[in-house]
Write a new protein. Structure first.
Length: 156
């Protein structure tokens, strides 16, 4: 079957078993939507802390609290359920590229730390985002860690 025929059937597919895609990678727009949902879940507590407290340290405290929440939220939910609540609501899972299994807590934490390192480095942060829009919809931090963000069918 020609390569362009595969792309027209299922964009972002990582392989086929007969006519069915083995994994269909999540699109950049779906991933961004999950990011926004996760931020909507994580943001209220630090914002509330800033509003209730006054003083010059309130922004620093809120930022540290937000980072601690992210450090627990993403790896724990990814290792436990296969993704953050935002990803799960939008029908995505984070899996190992090698075998399609859930990430361990250590691998999920490594994924988050890689993502944070890229985000804190301006050129790498831009490259991480652009990479996701290009080659097979995998962000650079996913390539480095060996993970995939795939779409999953809705189940009842």
């Amino acid at each position: 079957m020609p390569a362009d025929a595969d792309e027209s059937r299922a964009p972002y597919a990582t392989g086929y078993l007969g006519d069915r895609p083995l994994h269909q990678l999540a699109s950049p727009s779906r991933r961004f939507g999950a990011f926004l949902l996760d931020e909507a879940i994580l943001a209220p507590l630090p914002v509330l802390l800033v509003v209730l407290n006054s003083g010059s340290r309130r922004w620093t405290t809120a930022l540290v609290l937000h980072l601690v929440l992210c450090a627990l939220y993403s790896p724990v939910s990814t290792a436990r359920w296969g993704g953050t609540p935002g990803k799960l609501v939008l029908g995505m899972r984070v899996v190992q590229a090698a075998d399609g299994q859930h990430l361990s807590y250590g691998r999920a934490a490594e994924r988050l730390l890689t993502q944070l390192a890229f985000t804190c480095t301006p050129l790498l942060g831009a490259l991480n985002c652009l990479w996701c829009c290009g080659d097979r919809s995998r962000c650079l931090h996913d390539v480095v860690v060996g993970s995939l963000v795939i779409r999953v069918p809705w189940t009842r």
